[in-house]
Design a protein around this ligand. Structure first.
Ligand code: WTA
Length: 647
């Protein structure tokens, strides 16, 4: 990220935007931010008061069992009620909640009242299948409205959803299902991607074949036009459309306790095993609501579009929960950005008159590469605010977004946050914070960041820490409280949250994210642990050892380079390479394929046997090697360097 260290351009929001914004001007932000730190409980109680509670809380924050913080204890509420019933009760039932567009061009407009009915119906289906509060349900669906319906139906009756992104493999489904003992899977016969039908049900069948805990599989039919081979297993599988036809469209929302588990979302860490991040009810509800309202400056007339998939945290918080709680209209799109051509996103913005557009830097870089002519004839003048998420955005891409999409008048909110944080943590507020290309700028209300060294001292550049608890924070790792403590709270003796990112502070006090300090990478906005790939490779009988590193990539942000040591005497050729790629497809999903696999006779190690990934990154980036004095055998890197440049 060298290019950001000398980035000094600064862009202030235009006067009109500032005038009409929820948080208007820097001074307003500063005052409210200070208030949120001085008296967080008063700040969060005021925010929570904007929502519906069956019973209000006794305490806002209970930190007596830190790091197992509790928020809004004593309250009873329901996320699906706040996303749906509240709007219908207040006369917004006819407003469009979702303009849905399928990849082939089929479209549906769903009002808040309709969405409520569909959610109630499906919640009743879940009940007739015997689902109870606390049961875990896996959801493996394309971006169809039923995905939002299924998520909200779980929330309505207190079932815990575990959405698995529909690009994951059968093995990944199995791991997640077994880890959380999921009793039901909701899937589809297929989903469209670049004109093709992905056969999802087959992947589920393979994934759950040996999972005795799965009693039911409910299948949404997406393939009316292109029938998909979708064998139904008697006694286990049923069609969604048949089930919902037989039930009532009324289903009262369950009164949930504040810390009742709302969902699990598996994400990558530094080991080979993804962790089930736990988010609970009341705190996540308030945090997703307020960050959406202020960061996207949501107003009743907005047409919001987030291009993420509900399979990732961005879709959970900023398609489903945060956005629907704010009662705005949003666009939901099923397919690829380049189908039928590279102008598809801009056609959608033009068609629905999108006002707020939220996407990933990797998509922006792809648009830049595809060429500006795809914007010809598309009217983007409805846009008033742009956002990015998932990885740092390079200043070049930021400037292109600003000029070509924002017409130089839309603020850009570069939002830094994580699956674990539940919602935005560092971000400009669009009517208040002057922005800088590539910079996530300032903390959201109630968030107290610091940049520390390993000893916990404040430094200008180092490791990002979060000093105070916030309502949207994860509550644990499913089934593994120790891993939760070790991963997030042990770095500075249990005092601060450790997100795993490096950061630096500039002369204005703005925070720049410098990338992960652990072995987690973001490839095209998909979070992957390099250890996950390594543990797959070493399962191959011919592989002795492997190390995977992430290096900068023009489009994907990070590309993956795998160094694989083959057992002596075994062939290392393209055939083996293909087998290894096939194993990644099967164990994780195609999106995790490495860009290059390099066979090596050995890997650079310290005398105590630790692989020096830093040197592997230098080799892969073609850089001058860093300090090699701790290497057990310095000749290893020379050989590797030579092999790398010749391969
Ligand atoms: C990275 C995605 C720089 C970061 C919401 C974080 C970012 C990880 C940004 C979490 C940003 C996310 N600038 N880096 N605006 N947003 N990241 O859990 O490394 O999929 O730790 O959540 O993405 O990825 P996750």
């Amino acid at each position: 990220m060298e290019s950001v260290s000398h980035e000094h351009r600064k862009f202030s929001p235009n006067a009109d935007f500032v005038k009409n914004a929820h948080i208007s001007g820097e001074e307003a932000y500063r005052k409210l931010y200070e208030k949120s730190l001085q008296d967080p409980e008063a700040f969060w109680a005021e925010a929570a008061d904007e929502l519906h509670w069956f019973k209000k809380w006794d305490t806002v924050l209970d930190d007596s069992e830190a790091p197992f913080f509790k928020w809004f204890e004593g309250s009873r509420t329901n996320l699906s009620y706040n996303c749906l019933d509240r709007h219908v009760a207040e006369g917004r039932g006819d407003k469009v909640a979702i303009h849905w567009e399928g990849e082939p061009g089929d479209a549906r407009d769903i009002s808040y009242a309709q969405l409520l009915r569909e959610v109630c119906r499906f919640a009743n289906v879940l009940k007739t299948k015997g689902i109870k509060k606390g049961d875990r349900i896996a959801i493996y669906l394309p971006m169809v409205p039923e995905l939002a319906v299924a998520v909200l139906a779980c929330a309505r009756i207190g079932a815990v959803h575990s959405v698995v992104f529909a690009g994951f493999s059968a093995d990944s489904i199995r791991d997640r299902v077994l880890d959380s003992e999921t009793c039901m899977v909701i899937t589809g016969d297929g989903g469209y991607r670049r004109g093709k039908m992905l056969e999802l049900k087959k992947i589920v069948d393979e994934g759950v074949a040996d999972c005795g805990c799965v009693k039911d599989v409910i299948v949404v039919k997406r393939g009316e036009e292109h029938p998909v081979d979708c064998p139904m297993q008697a006694g286990r599988d049923s069609w969604y459309h048949e089930l919902v036809a037989d039930v009532s469209d009324e289903c009262p929302a369950e009164e949930m306790e504040a810390e009742d588990l709302l969902f699990l979302l598996y994400t990558s860490g530094t080991t080979g095993k993804p962790k089930g991040i736990m988010h609970t009810t009341a705190g996540y509800q308030v945090y997703s609501y307020l960050t959406s309202k202020y960061v996207f400056d949501l107003k009743p007339d907005d047409i919001y579009w987030c291009t993420a998939d509900v399979g990732w945290i961005t879709g959970h918080t900023y398609i489903v929960y945060g956005i629907l709680q704010n009662g705005v209209t949003q666009v939901m799109y099923e397919g690829a950005p380049n189908h039928p051509d590279e102008g598809r996103f801009w056609e959608i913005v033009d068609k629905y008159k999108v006002t707020i557009f939220y996407t990933a830097p990797t998509a922006i870089r792809a648009f830049m590469k595809w060429g500006d002519h795809w914007l010809d004839g598309k009217d983007l003048s409805s846009l008033r605010l742009l956002g990015t998420v998932g990885e740092a955005i390079n200043p070049e891409a930021w400037m292109w977004y600003h000029k070509m999409i924002g017409g130089e008048c839309c603020p850009i909110v570069d939002t830094w946050w994580q699956t674990e944080t539940g919602g935005h943590m560092l971000t400009p507020l669009p009517g208040a914070t002057p922005t800088k290309p590539g910079c996530a700028t300032v903390p959201f209300f109630g968030v107290e960041p610091a940049i520390l060294n390993d000893e916990g001292e404040e430094v200008p550049a180092g490791i990002l820490a979060i000093k105070k608890p916030w309502p949207g924070m994860l509550r644990g790792i499913y089934g593994d409280p120790q891993r939760f403590k070790d991963t997030y709270w042990s770095k500075w003796g249990g005092r601060y949250y450790f997100p795993g990112d490096g950061a630096r502070r500039d002369e204005d006090g703005y925070i720049w994210i410098l990338g992960r300090v652990d072995d987690v990478v973001n490839v095209s906005g998909h979070r992957i642990g390099t250890a996950e790939l390594e543990s797959v490779f070493v399962e191959h009988p011919d592989v002795a050892e492997s190390a995977v590193v992430g290096i900068p990539h023009d489009i994907k942000g990070t590309g993956l380079i795998a160094f694989v040591t083959v057992i002596e005497g075994r062939a290392h050729d393209d055939h083996l390479r293909k087998e290894l790629v096939g194993m990644i497809d099967k164990s994780i999903g195609k999106f995790a394929r490495p860009d290059r696999i390099l066979f090596s006779s050995d890997l650079p190690k310290t005398r105590s046997g630790k692989i020096m990934r830093r040197l592997l990154r230098d080799i892969a980036e073609g850089k001058e090697l860093g300090n090699t004095t701790t290497l057990a055998d310095p000749s290893v890197v020379e050989t590797l360097q030579k092999q790398y440049s010749e391969a």
